[in-house]
Ligand binder design. Sequence first.
Ligand code: KDG
Ligand code: MG
Length: 404
Amino acid sequence: MKITDAKVFVCSPGRNFVTLKVYTDEGVYGLGDATLNGREKAVVSYLEDYILPCIIGRNPYDTEDIWQYLYRGAYWRRGPVTMSAIAAIDMALWDIRAKCAGQPLYNLLGGRTRDRVLVYCHANGTDLPHTLEEVGRYRELGYRAIRVQSGIPGIDHTYGVAPAGTKYEPAIRAGLPDESACWSTEKYLAFMPRLFQAVRDRFGEDLLLLHDGHHRLTPIEAARLGKELEPFHLFWLEDLVQAELQENFRLIRRHTTTPLAVGEVFNTIYDCQQLISEQLIDYIRMTIVHGGGITPVLKTAHFAEMYMVKTGFHGATDLSPVTMGAALHFDTAVHNFGIQEHMPHEPLVDEVFPHAYHYADGYMYPGDAVGFGVDFDEKLAAKYPYQRAYLPVNRKTDGTMWNW
Ligand code: KDG
Ligand code: MG
């Protein structure tokens, strides 16, 4: 079998997605997600101008050699643009392989190790009463695991919280009002224990509770937060500090038993090798699209398994249904799966990407269709062209630029 062609599609059915379609001489095609939120066109260029010409004529079964060729052969390695582009190709080749085998992808990754995939949703409110209402609403929808983000008294536009009456979405369309966040560590740290105390008081111990700090604390501040939230038994605290320096986590770990999750911005095993081998984290979030594809993320998951670190894949709306489909098959197959993020796409996105996976009662199911079970409606997608959009930024109350 040979790869005969590959095309990149950029569409914006409510938000931007970059989708790769790889065609073969046997009529089977595969899909890959190449979406890098806020930097979409850089990945398009990387694919179209540099690497797609190198894969035409190759045997699509040679996933390992093609991955190594694209990773090593470029000389310039790593980084989100490079790794998202390589990921899209790798995903499409695994999709082709599974379709040719007439099997759902999970059967090529180790088969089923579980019947269903535990997911967590996002409850976010503009203030404490609204956040409690949202947690209650998601609990009614059957979710057992809920990420809780709340507006903080005295801070405008907190991360993860939509302005009143709108839905949270991690991108700002050019020309729309600026929703950039602002930040005060003191106010945040003072409010968090009150928030989780209120959630436990209202809903009891049964819910699995998660929270995302979005890289804003220093290690000692993160240590304090983890320690002060211990009585509320969180499932995890995510991205408390920026993670370029893996040693940061040694200090946090010394002070708290609250489980830690990190890695949605990681691109290779080298971003988390120390975090995993020193058991400084409990969940690794690097997922297929930004981690270079199924080939390397499978190796990372197996490496993490040795150290009892579980997966907890990123699954925000900027990752397309193609990534979600592939991730759910992966989650079904690997033994050290922990949890999967589920931030449902808008109905129009689901129409552009018809898929076999579904949500029911706190869990997701990958479906039994061949490949990832995700398709792409090119005609419908063409009605929604790319729209310039950026991630918000974040400044401290004195104007200092800070991590969003
Ligand atoms: O594009 C960035 C988003 O995907 C990210 O901000 C979402 O932190 C996030 C999460 O945990 O889903
Ligand atoms: Mg996050």
